[in-house]
Design a protein around this ligand. Structure first.
Ligand SMILES: [Zn+2]
Length: 237
């Protein structure tokens, strides 16, 4: 195995690590999680508004019910006075009867108002239930995705460790200055510093080398460092 073959092995492990890191950074579940979190916060925002509306209507309903109860108490009191026998003057009896009629009309009006509030409340309650369920559902889905992200990351980390160990082993057989050249090239050439030359084509940029250049390369020893004219990558023959 020549030094270049060793370097090609280093390259393969580095490429594998690059792919793993790319996969780790672009996990489908992480992208989905961001979507679920956005949907949750939208539902949450709507829920806050619906909650306010709902609380206002519930307060209105309570206020009307209290009003109905106290008005009914006044009717009962007036009724009691009317039939107690203590009030005998016809004018006072008439006044009591008028008060009772007026209070009963008031109860009818309050009950109509309450019915209106209840009708208004119905769709608000439905929205509230729908949005609360959406928030809970989003929470559960986010939890599931977070677990999946963590599990995937852990799995990829194991593979990254394995690739790093294999890389270190392969790099041990490569001279330090060649390895330094390789690192420099890798930064310049999108992570791929070494490429195979197959049938006159560079495996890095996939361009055919000029015949004259191929001739020149052929005359050099197999372990000589030759670079692709086009992309500058080290060529392994
Ligand atoms: Zn090339």
């Amino acid at each position: 195995m020549t030094a270049l073959d060793q370097l090609l092995a280093v390259q393969e492990h580095d490429t594998r690590s690059d792919q793993l890191r790319h996969r780790r950074a672009n996990l489908a579940e992480r992208v989905q999680l961001a979507g679920v979190e956005r949907a949750r916060s939208a539902a949450e925002g709507e829920l806050v508004a619906v909650d306010e509306r709902r609380n206002a209507l519930v307060r209105d309903q309570k206020r009307l019910e209290d009003d109905i109860a106290s008005t009914e108490e006044r009717i009962t009191a007036a009724d009691r006075a009317l039939y107690s026998g203590t009030v005998v003057a016809p004018r006072e009896l008439q006044a009591l009867q008028d008060e009772i009629s007026s209070l009963k009309r008031r109860v009818t009006k309050l009950e109509d108002d309450e019915l209106e509030v209840m009708e208004e409340l119905e769709p608000v309650e439905a929205d509230h239930a729908r949005l609360s369920a959406a928030v809970l559902e989003a929470d559960a889905e986010a939890e599931r995705l977070r677990t999946a992200v963590t599990a995937n990351e852990a799995e990829i980390d194991v593979e990254l460790d394995r690739a790093a160990a294999a890389r270190a082993e392969a790099a041990a057989g490569v001279a330090a200055d060649l390895l330094a050249d390789y690192e420099r090239l890798r930064r310049r050439a999108q992570g791929v510093a070494v490429a195979r030359l197959v049938a006159g084509v560079c495996g890095g940029c996939h361009l055919r080398l000029p015949a004259v250049e191929l001739d020149r390369i052929k005359k050099q020893p197999v372990d000589a460092l030759v670079h692709c004219d086009e992309c500058g990558r080290l060529l392994v023959r």
